[in-house]
Design a protein around this ligand. Structure first.
Ligand SMILES: C[S@@+](CC[C@H](N)C(=O)[O-])C[C@H]1O[C@@H](n2cnc3c(N)ncnc32)[C@H](O)[C@@H]1O
Length: 189
């Protein structure tokens, strides 16, 4: 899941830059405009239109491209804060981890209400009231819960994205927390 207009610093571009080492990269998005940009800029990559709120259908479409018997990485970067509780964001992550073999990872980032400037939060909520994708800031605890039981967070854990993997850059008025969870190998010593 790496939607949005591909830009120099987007997850799409970082993954694209790694393509010699990454076997497949499937930008997935529910926005036709973003997909049109993806198709133009990420030439030759399989791109799937999908909505994470219909995760079973999305995974069924991805089955054509992804070998779930090998470790995979799912990047839910700045996506789940557009998914309201009605659509069970933790269940969306679980649907992916349920298919994953050990060594697979989920990276996610999410706008956080814990420690946020109340005025900035109110302003963002107002802006997103009229938007097609409603913005939902969650508490640190709620975001940590999205990783579920199967994933083990790797250091430095769930931290502001500017601090992953080490401190760089100033924090934002509304923190965006990010973390990477790995499906552990139950047989590893
Ligand atoms: C802030 S951008 C994400 C940026 C991108 N992941 C990156 O790292 O560059 C949010 C994206 O989430 C997508 N999105 C929002 N709701 C979605 C949904 N229910 N299913 C799939 N994509 C969704 C939007 O279309 C938008 O492209």
């Amino acid at each position: 899941m790496t939607p949005r207009k591909p830009a120099a610093n987007s997850a799409d571009q970082h993954a694209a830059n790694l393509t010699p080492r990454v076997r497949a990269h499937n930008p997935t998005c529910n926005d036709p405009l973003v997909l049109a940009h993806d198709r133009a800029l990420l030439e030759g990559m399989p791109i799937v239109r999908g909505d994470v709120r219909e995760v079973d259908a999305l995974i069924a479409d991805l089955d054509a491209w992804i070998d779930w018997d090998r470790p995979v990485a799912v990047l839910l970067i700045a996506v789940l804060h557009f998914v309201t509780d009605d659509y069970d964001p933790a269940g969306i992550v679980r649907a992916f981890t349920g298919r994953m073999v050990p060594g697979s990872v989920v990276a996610l980032s999410h706008g956080c209400s814990t420690g946020a400037d109340p005025a900035a939060l109110a302003q963002v909520e107002k802006v997103y009231q009229g938007a097609s994708a409603p913005g939902v800031a969650r508490t640190r605890e709620q975001i940590a819960g999205l990783f579920g039981r199967r994933l083990e967070l790797v250091p430095p854990g769930l931290v502001p994205v500017q601090h992953w993997p080490h401190e760089a850059g100033p924090l934002t008025a509304i923190p965006v927390l990010g973390g990477v969870g790995v499906v552990p190998d139950p047989w590893a010593g």
